[in-house]
Design a binder for this molecule. Structure first.
Ligand code: NAI
Ligand code: MG
Length: 341
């Protein structure tokens, strides 16, 4: 089986970490006997400078024609690239898992939660009017949008610890109260799930003081964006976190972090992007019904865990001195040892 993956190298540390993650995927694919055809779909700040637009039509065509999209972080053009693609491809669910990793020093241990962020509405819909004396952004929530993301979160909760927290700000904004009400309505279809709702400010507090109380957190678009960087801090580094943007048809996979213009790409942590590739392979396995992709995903996750547990090949964000390439090399060694044994 051969799959076609469109990839967006992106900006800043993007091309570096995407290049390394692709090498890891190709390696595991070769060991397990499947093929990946990578199709480059340039987008981002650099592309805008070169050709005048951040997401050229040819790139969009490649993205629409692929089995999956593998994206690195872009820079200041994030709105025109990723926020646009989420709507254009109707990628209504942004899934962001956070778990404590073995060997990583953090004040928190044993964290295992999933943020399910609505991905196409809310203030990020981009309906705005800004003049010299005013600025207005519309907060848009539709029944259809809230229902489908709630259903997705509940379905995922039923495969986990069966607990769902609906995060909102319904005490101040009626739009968010609507989001909560629709979610609670859908939850009646899932009596086995323990459902609660919580104001976002309290959720931000609980996330730091008692993160273990959460299993699946369902959030509107903007709160999910903010809470996921907070959750990333709890598990050690933004450089370790991955996410899926999925809809009924397409899947686009990217790390949670941005282009990190403040660091040398040679020392960027590539593990977030590598774990992103594992998330993509898992989704492809489900979609294509081919177990080899699931095995590839598991192998990558296991290799990353082994590397972190060993604690010797770490980039500076994790307190180490290693280069991104060295991290990739060590991940490959672990993959080899797991597939070979
Ligand atoms: P950022 O996520 O790029 O960086 C935040 C902090 O985390 C920085 O200190 C950075 O050095 C560190 N960091 C992030 N990824 C890392 C990695 N892999 N290894 C080591 N350290 C890492 O957020 P920031 O600085 O707010 O945004 C930078 C640019 O990225 C902006 O232009 C923003 O628009 C864009 N961005 C793009 C996103 C996307 O493409 N989906 C998402 C978030 C931001
Ligand atoms: Mg963000």
């Amino acid at each position: 089986m051969r799959i076609r993956v469109a990839f967006i190298p992106g900006d800043g540390i993007g091309p570096k970490v995407v290049g390394l993650a692709r090498e890891v995927v190709d390696y595991v694919a070769e060991l397990l006997g499947f093929g990946v055809e990578w199709v480059e779909a340039p987008a981002g700040d650099r592309v805008k400078e070169e050709v005048g637009e951040p997401l050229p039509r040819e790139s969009l065509g490649k993205i629409l024609g692929a089995d999956a999209v593998f994206k690195g972080p872009v820079g200041e053009t994030a709105k025109d690239v990723i926020v646009y693609l989420r709507m254009r491809l109707d990628l209504y669910a942004n899934l962001r898992p956070f778990r404590s990793f073995p060997g990583i020093r953090s004040r928190w241990e044993g964290i295992d939660l999933l943020i399910v962020r609505e991905n196409t509405e809310d203030l990020y819909k981009g309906v705005e009017d800004v003049g010299p004396e005013h600025a207005v952004s519309l907060l848009i929530i539709t029944r259809k949008g809230a229902e489908r993301i709630a259903r997705m979160a509940l379905r995922l909760a039923s495969r986990r610890k069966r607990k769902l927290t609906v995060v909102h700000k319904g005490n101040v904004l009626r739009s968010y109260r609507f989001f909560r009400d629709v979610a609670l309505e859908v939850a009646k279809e899932f009596p086995e799930i323990n459902v609660e709702d919580m104001y976002v400010d309290n959720a931000a507090y609980q996330l730091v003081t008692n993160p273990w109380r959460f299993d699946v957190m369902l959030t509107p678009n903007m709160f999910g964006d903010i809470l996921s960087d907070e959750a990333a801090a709890l598990v050690g580094s933004l450089g370790l976190t991955c996410s899926a943007n999925i809809g009924d048809r397409y899947g686009l996979f990217e790390p949670v972090h941005g282009s990190a213009p403040d660091i040398d790409p040679e020392y960027a942590n590539p593990l977030g992007q590598i774990l992103t590739s594992a998330m993509m392979l898992e989704w492809i396995a489900e979609k294509k019904g081919d177990e080899r992709f699931r095995q590839a995903s598991k192998t990558i996750n296991k290799a990353v865990d082994a590397l972190l547990n060993e604690g010797k090949t770490l980039t500076p964000d994790l307190g180490g001195v290693s280069r991104a390439d060295e991290v990739k090399g060590r991940v490959m060694e672990f993959i080899r040892s797991f597939v070979g044994s």
